[in-house]
Design a protein around this ligand. Structure first.
Ligand code: NAD
Length: 280
């Protein structure tokens, strides 16, 4: 029996077979979940459809997270198909390539707003739309992907670091709003992995090696205290290590809140949670 048997998961953010969302989709599928994928635009549809087919996942349709109509249509489609939703994976981020190099302070007002809208606000918009579907299933789990650059200045990560900081704050506030409905909200802080998005970051190669492993060996491991899962995946460097991912998925999906307990102070504040949600 898989840890996700009978669960229904919407995964937003598969672009190709290198996407972290694709690793998560494969793992959840292997653990028994039914999967629905979306794609951002026609170009990516050509990549997403064959991937979906390979694991027997549904493709719900096009979803640009800046488009509230598409968000609404996606959720309406899922309500029709499944009647509800157990899990939402948000693996979406965007910043202009020109802002992922050199100086942070050159970012324009427009590019700053765009990066935050797509990379952080989109979690709020999707969570709000998913809430009634998760309520219909008695609760659910929302997972987003963050990065160390949220809490530390990482060279070239720049505006995306600011967006990830906002994203992590969104996780805390959403967990307060949704915790009472037995909907958990978490962030996985993944290590650097070579994907379509990360290829936009100038000198990404050095993030993968020098920065991470040097900072690790110099003992800068306080990240572990800050957000959920940070250190283990950080050490491993990539979500594609499915055996490890499995453990985190297990924590996320099982009816206990180990994951939440690690992520946010806000969990501590949620003393009004129903007993089932407070269980270890
Ligand atoms: N690759 C890494 O090193 C790394 C490390 C930590 C966290 N992350 C995070 O993981 C998540 C997934 O990124 P990835 O590295 O797998 O790259 P990816 O390029 O495979 O995935 C990014 C996804 O964001 C989607 N996206 C961008 N703008 C969108 C929009 N307006 N509407 C809908 N979708 C949109 C893209 O279509 C793509 O599917 C991101 O949040 C990223 O910041 C990545």
């Amino acid at each position: 029996m898989g840890i996700a048997d009978g669960k229904r998961a919407l995964i937003v953010g598969v672009a190709n077979d290198k996407s972290l969302a694709w690793s998560i989709a494969q793992e959840l599928r292997a653990q028994g979940a039914e999967i629905a994928l979306t794609y951002q635009g026609e170009v990516l549809e050509k990549r997403v459809r064959p991937l979906a087919e390979s694991i027997g996942a549904l493709v719900v349709g096009e979803l640009d997270v800046t488009n509230d109509i598409q968000i609404g249509l996606t959720m309406a489609e899922l309500r029709e198909l499944w009647g509800g939703l157990d899990m939402l994976v948000h693996a979406v981020a965007f910043a202009d390539r020109e802002d992922l190099r050199d100086r942070f302070l050159t970012v324009s007002r427009g590019n700053f707003a765009k990066a935050l809208e797509i990379s952080a606000y989109s979690l709020v918009a999707l969570a709000r739309a998913a809430e009634p579907l998760m309520e219909a299933r008695g609760g659910g789990a929302i997972l987003t992907l963050s990065y160390l650059g949220a809490v530390r200045a990482v060279p070239n990560y720049n505006v995306m670091g600011v967006a990830k900081a906002a994203l992590e704050a969104c996780v805390r506030y959403l967990s307060v709003d949704l915790g009472a409905k037995n909907i958990r909200v978490n962030a996985l802080s993944a290590g650097p992995a070579r994907t379509l998005s990360s290829s936009a970051i100038h000198d990404f190669h050095s993030m993968q090696h020098d920065h991470f492993f040097e900072s690790l060996s110099s003992g800068e491991t306080e990240m572990r205290d800050v957000f959920c899962f940070a250190a283990p995946l950080w050490l491993l460097g990539r979500l594609a290590e499915l055996a490890v991912l499995h453990r985190y998925m297990q924590a996320l999906l099982q009816e206990r809140n180990a994951v939440i307990r690690q992520i946010a102070e806000s969990w501590e504040w949620q003393r009004y949670l129903p007993p089932a949600a407070q269980r270890e």
